[in-house]
Ligand binder design. Structure first.
Ligand code: FE
Length: 163
């Protein structure tokens, strides 16, 4: 059951409850997967293909790995413009954190990553794409038939959760 939390006259957040393990349906549908995206594959393409293959439309992802190229996207709310920047160098993915929802009946990924460079400094942000060069080891949780959709939001210009 989706819910909205309102304080005085503005909404603070919306949420939907992840179904509990006590449900047999949830037990069947809910799974945790250890996923290895193969070397040289584009990470977001590989992850989306996995989610679509399994049928995950609500979940979360975390992981580590190594890449030789990563493109991050910065969104400026004032101009509603995206600025993309590609870093073409060998980097460790020190962390990937993201969520999986549903848009247009397909898995919709929202992933952020932090990558460490050869000098051990880090860059990071909203991950648009990354070319795996070494390994990509992910943990993907499916929340079964919990529904988390996306809708375009006029105010922010983003595809926000529809809960
Ligand atoms: Fe983001």
């Amino acid at each position: 059951m989706a819910s909205l939390f309102q304080k005085k006259d503005h909404l603070l957040f919306s949420y939907t409850k992840v179904k509990r393990y006590s449900s047999k349906l949830f037990e069947d549908a809910n799974r945790r997967y250890i996923v290895s995206i193969r070397n040289h594959v584009e990470l977001m393409e590989g992850l989306k293909a996995f989610c679509d293959y399994i049928g995950i439309k609500c979940g979360q992802v975390s992981g580590i790995g190594a890449v030789c190229e990563a493109t991050f996207r910065m969104y400026d709310p004032a101009t509603k413009q995206y600025v993309d920047k590609t870093f073409s160098e060998q980097m460790e993915i020190t962390n990937i954190t993201g969520n999986i929802s549903e848009k247009d009946k397909e898995a919709y990924l929202h992933v952020h990553a932090t990558c460490s460079r050869a000098d051990y400094s880090c860059i990071g942000g909203h991950l648009l794409s990354a070319r795996i060069n070494g390994a990509c080891e992910l943990l993907v949780d499916s929340f079964g038939d919990t529904v988390a959709g996306r809708r375009p939001d006029d105010e922010t210009g983003l595809n926000l959760y529809e809960l």
